[in-house]
Design a binder for this molecule. Structure first.
Ligand code: ZN
Length: 61
């Protein structure tokens, strides 16, 4: 099971704004090992595994 050290809410690493469904996001992450491939709700997986997540505005800046 996932530990609860990450927030369920996915936030932009730059402006700290919560990212919502339907928004374009830009994620920088390392693809985990195939055997440890994360499975779950995408925003939770991203908030745990991604190094940085940007909203469209911050990414284009
Ligand atoms: Zn942002």
């Amino acid at each position: 099971m996932f530990k609860k050290f990450f927030t369920a809410e996915l936030k932009c690493s730059s402006c700290d704004r919560p990212l919502k469904s339907g928004e374009e996001i830009f994620v920088h992450m390392t693809l985990p090992d195939e055997k440890k491939m994360p499975v779950g709700v995408l925003d939770k997986v991203l908030s745990k595994y991604s190094e940085t997540v940007y909203c469209k505005m911050c990414y284009q800046r």
